[in-house]
Design a protein around this ligand. Sequence first.
Ligand code: PLP
Length: 393
Amino acid sequence: MTTPSPAPRDLVYLDHAATAPLCARAEAALRRGLRLVGNPSSRHGAGLAAHEALVGARDEVARLLGCAPDEVVFTGGGSEAINLALHGTFAALGFRGHLVTTAIEHSAVLECADALSRRGVAVTVVGPAPTGHVDPAAVAAAIRPDTVLVSVMHANNETGAVQPVEEITALAHAAGALMHVDAVQTAGKLPVDGLAADLVSISAHKFGGPKGVGALRVADRHTLAPLVRGGGQEAGRRAGTENVAGVLGMAGAAAWAAEQPRNDLGRAAVRRLRKRLLDGLAVLGGVVPNATGPVMPETVSVSFSGVRGDTLADLLDAQGICVSTGSACHAGQDSPSHVLTAMGVPVAQAKATIRYSFGKDTAVADIDAAVAATVAAVRSLRRVSGTEVSDAG
Ligand code: PLP
């Protein structure tokens, strides 16, 4: 007999950092976009209607990014935006110069940096402090006279650690280098419109939009070579007929996000959810949060000593509770997370890690269900493995 899998409405979905649920505004905009029959480059009325819809969407995404609409390049998601930023910058320079980035970046940055180094770009990778944060002084020390670009994420996708990107941008600019911020985890949650970076990457599906669509803010002073050549779309920076429905969906999510309070008071709901989750888990002994200090409240990375994170995640999944062990891109790999490893987290603790991530609309009952199931699963896994960890208190 097979166990019936729960209907989606019965799922407790705590994996927003991997992908957030589509918001109603984005869904309506997507549907509207799907009905637009014309190619935005066509001169007839149908083409014009699609073009006008794109113009409106570009304005909305530009508002989110705090830039001029012509600085927005629509892409096929966050990874493409990042590749365009990094590869595009160095390709325009004949793959010369120096890139500074950090060991906790998403693989889209790290793999791209690796590919650039094989083409002749010098790359320095700065490690984080044990708290999960990159020290601006360490970035400053890595910058050289030939540094072209510094690339640092706004918040880490595994630990939620918020990086001092404003300070790092000022340092990069003072040294004559450009700055790229991977804001995939923060756009729509923290303000990204005040970032002074030359290049900012975002991805719609992390803030209530559809998957496979994103944007790169390219400051108008910056020249980059396209990754995709062809028609002159996106002012020659990304060829190909635009994903009209996807872009409209992203703009719908951006409009929704703009209505959400992003100040401390407005973010009190996610802070309360975080506290409830951590307080609930604290009845177990041996629960260690992996990042301390400035952190996205909606991303909670904790390790449970004596337990394998992947086994625990599977047990929770069997009860309809969706969490992850780290980055969704590396799910199923046995190696410990590169982020936790770079922070100096011991291998056993890294492999005992679970990431819960949620949104401000997550129900308290979902947090409580995740706590109850985690506490029961951790106790039973520890019993089976004979791990001696007493409950806290
Ligand atoms: N950067 C960060 C910090 C991410 O969390 C992700 C997705 O997990 C990406 C980049 C890649 O975004 P996408 O999935 O849209 O390609």
